[in-house]
Design a protein around this ligand. Structure first.
Ligand code: PMT
Length: 398
């Protein structure tokens, strides 16, 4: 899908810059035309000679060539590109991109680019975890840029953690998938539920669960990147969608989630129920904080929450698809099949807490998909974004 595509490969100054040569080779082998744009410090890590030999084009790094005065137009470059990839993107380059600090050719080109931008961060784990980096990456997301999450592993500092630039093959795949799939779901509307629900006990306490929203948001991003209009009805989470077109409706309790879903459901083609909804809620929420007493601990009476998936299953119209999840700890198959039938689902995605790396909080998941017509497909442990791609592929097959 990259044949004939114009790609700007932005390289900033991090040790992962050596991997950019492999990424460049993959683009060239796929038939893309690549223009490398480097920051001054990028050149400390890999030479422009290597990159221009691989791309067949002089590398651009300065605003003009000193001895001839030839001006390098970042505006023309920005218009030429079908995609811009910044790999590696250091904390400094990310901060400059987020705040428009246009003091080098890579940033001016970024500010001029009309094409989709993909950012592959690479830095030490503490720099990556710093709130400044989180804020800057969220700003880039809000501008519509796609963040290619770094992997965990050994870093240049010999510390182990999250911050390693994603492997060139995976960055290449993100671009290849982007071009091959971007119109697959054009004209379709999707509802995705994500995250936990919080059921209030008193003004400071709630019943909740460990869901982070990562799985649901990955599904929403994947569907949006294939052209769907997506709305997430989300319980309380700390994450945001990467795709700029995804709409988020924030809710707290299961009842609020039900109300938001009932509002959205009539206008969607498909709903994916990924939220971990609390099955029970306190019968009442105390008006003020329950105090610790020396006497017996308080007894909290629970009532059943509405089953949102079931409620939508009862209203499903012809042609509408309803996808559920089953999070199990035992009797996985039987429980998943029971949920598939009782909630009138077209497909159920089973993840088991018995599988290492699956379920809550992790960046990975391991799923088996069952369809109402009896098909079963098991998948290997993958990143949640890859799992999301498998789920969307299966929905398209439905
Ligand atoms: O958010 P992450 O940290 O990335 O974790 C992802 C996940 C583990 C939460 C996700 O992959 C997942 O399994 N979500 C469903 C969790 C769950 O509540 O499963 P369940 O087996 O209890 O529910 C079955 C289905 O009914 C689910 O589609 C659920 O959304 C839905 N349900 C459940 C109860 C309820 N009251 N209303 C519902 O709609």
């Amino acid at each position: 899908m990259l044949k004939g595509k114009h790609i700007i490969l932005g390289i900033s100054g991090g040790i992962a810059a050596y991997k950019s040569a492999s990424l460049l080779r993959l683009f060239i082998k796929a038939g893309a035309e690549v223009q490398v744009v480097m920051t001054p410090s990028g050149k400390e890590f890999i030479t422009p000679v290597t990159l221009s030999a691989l791309s067949g084009k002089p590398v651009v790094s300065e605003f003009f060539t000193a001895n001839t005065g030839e001006w390098h137009s970042h505006v023309d470059l920005g218009l030429w590109a079908d995609a811009m990839v910044i790999a590696p993107a250091t904390a400094s380059t990310i901060a400059k991109m987020a705040n428009g600090v246009a003091d080098n050719m890579l940033i001016t080109t970024y500010l001029s680019a009309k094409a989709p931008v993909f950012v592959a961060p690479a830095m030490d784990l503490d720099m990556f975890a710093h709130p400044t980096t989180t804020r800057n990456l969220n700003l880039l997301r809000s501008y519509g840029n796609t963040i290619i999450e770094p992997a965990s592993g050994e870093l240049a500092s010999h510390l182990v953690g999250k911050g390693r630039m994603e492997e060139p093959e995976n960055i290449f795949k993100v671009l290849d998938d982007f071009f091959s799939r971007r119109d697959e779901l054009k004209g379709k509307n999707l509802l995705v539920t994500a995250g936990p629900t919080y059921e209030k006990i008193d003004p400071v306490r709630f019943i909740g669960n460990y869901s982070t929203g990562k799985m649901g948001y990955a599904i929403a991003d994947e569907a949006a990147s294939r052209g769907a209009e997506v709305v997430i009805v989300s319980g309380p989470v700390d994450i945001a969608p990467s795709h700029p077109s995804v709409k988020v409706v924030k809710v707290e309790s299961a009842r609020e989630m039900l109300a938001a879903c009932e509002e959205e459901f009539p206008s969607v083609d498909c709903a994916v129920m990924c939220a971990a909804v609390a099955d029970y809620a306190p019968a009442e929420c105390a008006e003020s904080k329950i105090k610790r007493e020396d006497s017996e601990p308080p007894v909290i009476h629970l009532v059943k929450n509405p089953d949102i998936a079931k409620a939508l299953g009862q209203k499903k119209r012809d042609g509408q698809k309803l996808i559920g999840f089953a999070l199990e700890t035992d009797h996985e198959f039987d429980n998943a099949m029971k949920k598939l039938r009782s909630k009138n689902l077209d497909m159920i995605v089973l993840n088991s807490l018995r599988d290492k790396g699956a379920g809550f909080g992790t960046d990975t998941n391991k799923i088996t998909i069952f369809t109402a017509d009896g098909k079963e497909t098991a998948f290997a442990l993958k990143s949640k974004r890859e799992v999301a791609a498998d789920i969307i592929d299966s929905i398209i097959n439905l």
